[in-house]
Design a protein around this ligand. Structure first.
Ligand code: TPP
Length: 642
């Protein structure tokens, strides 16, 4: 631990050159300071605690051996990039603002630093992107190194396996780090996880090497002889163990390597650096190393909100906070599945995030975690649906983008009864552009047979799940991050007629058509316009983005001069677009003011209110816009429904 008098080594690190200049003996102290900093900052800001604490030595060793930004590191998901940030000039105040407005992003991004060669947030992209960079280097004839850093769960992704299949055909020089900590967010699943486990605990190989290590150490051999031994150990590996899967794909395999032993890491990376064939280093790390609570609870500390840095206890939500949407979803699904064995729940490596942990415990035979394999999850559900099951696929809005082709080609085209529950539809403020769920309405609305809806509260969520599970075709339910509305869920859910909206408040001047989470905003806005401007403003809970309640919409368009649509989604192709299309098709020219996100990527920020304010979507800005539109219509009156 560094005292107040001793300046921190970390504060002297402004670039990777400073890391290289440190004597090797100082590295353990720097590693400790980095861990202290990550714990101090994430305890306040939240973030990916475990993944980053696990890669401190690995990232230090990478920066000792390679030289960014000339050499390129491509981190999979890029959630484990905090150490890399701290070593590439992004420490201090910027890092202390992690995941908040004006502070460092929780992921890597090309526009944040020249040391970030590739941005990410979704899993499984690193190997393909790194391979592309290596091929570009070969074509250009430049000499930089390309290093892909992939977690063990990245190998549950189809894309990673597709890239692996192409390595040998694409380049002769690529370094792949397999950072194996045995965990995805939850425990890693599937045959690949078993395989990696066998590989890292291969008894013959490890036993022999442990004995040889001890033998050589007992002779206290000199540096030269030790180097020779390390080289021999590498060269003779195949003699002891059957060639690894990676070797079958044409990569040289080195490992397992202790991911917390700087010397071992550095030596192996130096070897990889001069290797003239693609090479994979199998590095074993401990998720959360340095924080007991994180080692004990890797799932909780994969990505955590603010916590007590000593006990690891999460800071509690204020009393009376309603349960999160995903919790309501998970508990409701468990209740429904207990009564109907045809209902199965599917997650792509996110049982806790999607709220399925309780379901997995109470209905284990009806629960499937398929790994980070969204495409497979959708197809798997399609297969189940053909056999009379009622699959519910729980995937965040942003990650369902991965499953788009099977949604169209397999589920919708065959009109299979699969229910999709899309959490994080709307903003994921601290995560930023890679994680906001702002595109799903647009990418689903155009798919024939799709029913797309969003509830205003948790009781309606249960009704929509009930409705979907009785609907003979694909249904998509989106709901946001964070606490639900706090209403009571009735005993027996009710079926909602497909495409039927709900009028919450009548109005003769303006009708606000709001989708899901925007309904409370619409109700407040209507009350305010009535109280302050003496306007009669109605509110519709649209419920469905597809099919729209056309009859109700056209009846409103015929009797009010202004319709306003509100959605937590991009305007392009969203709910407001659906309303415009419906009015245009009916040759109705009633004015429509659309409230939604603009055509740009929304960055991370401290909270939704700040991001909304920055994009003209704060409640007062919406109020001003609606009022301005009303006044401009009155200045040049247009007949309703003209
Ligand atoms: C396409 C996609 N699906 C799901 C996620 C959510 N996710 C973020 S990190 C992660 C697990 C990553 O595990 P691994 O690659 O082994 O890295 P570790 O965190 O263990 O270091 C998951 C499932 C994601 N980022 N992208």
């Amino acid at each position: 631990m560094t005292t107040a008098e001793t300046p921190r080594l970390l504060d002297s690190i402004r670039s990777p050159a400073d890391v290289k200049a440190l004597p090797a003996a100082d590295l353990p102290r720097l590693a400790q300071e980095i861990r202290d900093e990550i714990i101090a900052v994430t305890a306040q800001r939240g973030g990916h605690v475990g993944p980053n604490l696990g890669v401190v030595e690995l990232t230090l060793a990478l920066h000792r051996v390679f030289s960014t930004p000339e050499d390129q590191f491509v981190f999979d998901v890029a959630h484990q990039g905090y150490v890399h940030k701290l070593l590439t000039g992004r420490g201090g105040k910027f890092f202390r603002g992690l995941r908040h407005s004006g502070g460092a992003s929780g992921f890597l991004a090309r526009d944040e630093s020249p040391h970030d060669s590739f941005g990410a947030g979704h899993a499984g992209t690193a190997l393909s992107a790194a391979l592309g960079m290596a091929a570009a280097r070969d074509l250009r004839g430049s000499g930089e190194h390309v290093v892909a850093v992939c977690g063990d769960a990245a190998f549950t992704c189809g894309i990673t396996m597709e890239a692996l299949n192409n390595v040998v055909g694409s380049t002769k020089r690529l370094v792949v780090i397999l950072n194996d900590n045995e965990w995805s967010i939850a425990k890693n699943v599937g045959a690949m996880a078993h395989y990696l486990n066998r590989l890292s605990t291969s008894t013959t190989y490890n036993k022999i090497h442990r004995r040889l290590d001890a033998f050589f150490k007992s002779f206290a051999v000199g540096v030269g002889l030790n180097r020779l031994y390390v080289k021999w150990k590498r060269e003779t590996k195949d003699f002891f163990v059957e060639s690894s899967l990676f070797e079958k794909y044409g990569l040289r395999y080195l490992g397992p390597i202790d991911g917390h032993n700087l010397e071992e890491l550095t030596k192996n990376l130096e070897f990889a650096r001069q290797c003239e064939t693609p090479i994979l280093l199998h590095v074993l790390t401990k998720k959360g190393r340095g924080l007991d609570a994180a080692v004990q609870s890797p799932e909780k500390f994969h990505g955590a909100g603010p916590y007590d840095p000593v006990s690891g206890d999460s800071l509690r939500a204020p009393p009376g906070t309603p349960p999160a949407w995903q919790e309501v979803f998970g508990r409701t699904l468990a209740r429904m599945a207990r009564a109907d064995a045809r209902i199965v729940g599917i997650t792509a490596a996110m049982p806790s995030g999607t709220g399925l942990t309780h379901f997995a415990q109470t209905c284990p035979r009806q629960f499937f975690d398929v790994g980070i394999a969204e495409e497979h999850a959708v197809l798997f559900a399609a297969g189940l649906a053909t056999k009379g099951f009622r699959p519910v696929v729980a995937i965040y809005s942003t990650f369902l983008q991965r499953g788009y082709d099977p949604i169209i080609h397999d589920v919708a085209l065959q009109n299979l009864p699969v229910t999709f529950c899309m959490d994080r539809a709307g903003l994921s403020p601290n995560d930023g552009a890679t994680h906001h769920g702002l595109f799903d309405l647009a990418y689903l609305r155009c798919v024939p047979n799709a029913v797309v809806m969003q509830p205003k509260d948790e009781d309606e969520l249960a009704d929509m799940m009930h409705t979907s599970l009785r609907h003979d075709g694909p249904a998509f339910i989106r709901y946001p991050r964070g606490p639900a509305a706090g209403v009571k869920i009735k005993e027996q859910p009710a079926a909602i007629p497909i495409g039927q909206a709900e009028v919450l408040r009548e109005g003769s001047n303006i009708m606000l058509w709001a989708l899901g989470s925007m309904v409370p905003d619409a109700l407040r806005l209507a009350a305010q316009l009535e109280a302050e401007e003496n306007l009669s403003v109605g509110v519709v809970n649209a419920r469905f983005a597809k099919p729209l309640d056309r009859a109700l919409l056209l009846s409103h368009a015929a009797c009010v001069p202004l319709l306003v649509t509100l959605e937590d989604h991009v305007l392009a192709g969203g709910f407001g677009s659906a309303v415009l299309e419906a009015l245009q098709d009916a040759e109705c020219s009633t004015a429509v003011e659309r409230i939604g996100w603009p055509d740009q990527f929304v960055p991370h920020g401290s909270d939704a209110a700040i991001l909304r304010a920055a994009h003209g979507l704060a409640p007062d800005a919406i109020h001003r816009r609606v009022l301005a539109r009303w006044h401009s219509l009155r200045a040049a009156p247009v007949e309703a429904g003209a």
